[in-house]
Design a protein around this ligand. Structure first.
Ligand SMILES: Nc1ncnc2c1ncn2[C@@H]1O[C@H](COP(=O)(O)OP(=O)(O)O)[C@@H](O)[C@H]1O
Ligand SMILES: [Mg+2]
Length: 328
């Protein structure tokens, strides 16, 4: 079953994109999973990290970005073509040239990162989507654009990772609409965790209104500095802050993942597409940080996430079992 995960925080610069891209590489290249990244952020950082500027410009010129998908709804055009827009074999770790991937028969599957790119033009979309929601004759609800046009592609993947902008506008809500879970990457300081209750409240609100299945899978500590007293205090306070945010919605407090991504240039530079790297280890760094090689944090994080996901699956089937048993 495809797992769809959104990365959200109202704060920019907390490593949402870096974490999403690293996980995409980890799951695909090390885990041999089929991964699709949806870049919903007008900053296009995940797009640039996965395909570089040249291929991004080609996609943008051809109108094959998620911005165009939204613009099509506003303008009544149909320029965006989901099948054409998916960039197969993104990431500089992909081993097969993309011209060749497009010629592979559908039954040839291998672990790789595919991308639906973003565009800076998504900024305009946000305002204009507001217009279509007040018009009576729009064809697709503004909340359901991704669900209608993109979600049908998901079945071909093990994981869909959605990189969200640091706000809870229409575009982000489109991502939540199709997500099984969301993850909150955060630096463990006051500035970065400040918006967490707002995220939780807003997600709970749309979840109830639109009858969604989404839940918080966990909080990922990023840019961790073990010698920082500010971060130490932030970490101590975080479990209570989370409980305070989730309890009013009757939701369990999500776990803070044990893997803390350390503050290190190795991880920051890893997602620069233009760097020539031979393999995963070289890309994510062999230098020691926080007691282990930098490249080991990705697999640690991926293992934890897979464990959490299978726990959720187990819980889901147990709930169903209980439901059936009580109705018998
Ligand atoms: N573990 C890390 N250590 C040091 N710098 C990092 C780390 N992770 C990300 N960065 C840097 O922090 C900045 C913000 O990261 P980014 O992933 O773009 O955040 P967001 O998507 O939340 O805005 C970028 O310059 C990135 O290179
Ligand atoms: Mg980002």
């Amino acid at each position: 079953m495809t797992k769809v995960l959104s990365f959200i925080n109202l704060k920019g610069g907390v490593a949402k994109t870096t974490t999403a891209v690293m996980l995409a590489d980890t799951l695909a290249i090390l885990g041999q999973k089929r991964v699709l990244v949806l870049d919903l952020d007008p900053q296009t950082n995940a797009t640039l990290a996965l395909i570089g500027e040249e291929r991004w410009m080609q996609a943008d010129d051809a109108g094959q970005t998620l911005a165009q998908l939204f613009l099509d709804q506003v303008n009544g055009t149909a320029i965006f073509d989901p099948a054409r827009a998916v960039i197969r074999g993104a990431s500089n770790l992909n081993l097969i040239r993309h011209e060749l991937i497009d010629q592979l028969p559908d039954d040839v599957q291998y672990g790789r990162v595919d991308l639906l790119p973003s565009s800076i033009r998504l900024i305009d979309v946000q305002d204009r989507m507001q217009d279509i929601s007040t018009r009576s004759h729009y064809a697709v609800s503004p909340m359901e654009v991704v669900r209608k046009f993109i979600a049908p592609l998901f079945t071909a993947y093990d994981y869909v990772l959605i990189d969200c902008p640091p706000n809870l506008g229409f575009v982000t809500l489109n991502g939540l609409e199709v997500s099984d879970h969301y993850l909150i990457p955060t630096i463990p300081d006051r500035m970065s965790t400040y918006g967490v209750p707002q995220i939780v409240n807003r997600v709970a609100d749309v979840k109830a209104k639109r009858n969604l299945k989404i839940s918080c899978l966990g909080v990922i500590i990023t840019k961790y500095q073990s010698n920082s007293s500010t971060q130490k205090r932030g970490l101590e306070r975080l479990p209570t802050d989370l409980e305070t945010a989730f309890a009013p919605h009757g939701e369990p407090t999500p776990p803070i993942l044990k893997t803390r991504l350390p503050q290190t240039n190795a991880l920051a530079e890893a997602v620069i597409y233009e760097r020539k790297v031979a393999n995963y280890r070289e890309k994510y760094g062999t230098g020691q940080v926080g007691g282990q090689a930098a490249y080991k944090y990705g697999p640690d994080l991926a293992d934890e996430l897979e464990e959490l996901l299978s726990f959720h699956d187990l819980q889901g089937s147990l709930d169903e079992h209980v439901l059936h048993a009580t109705h018998r």
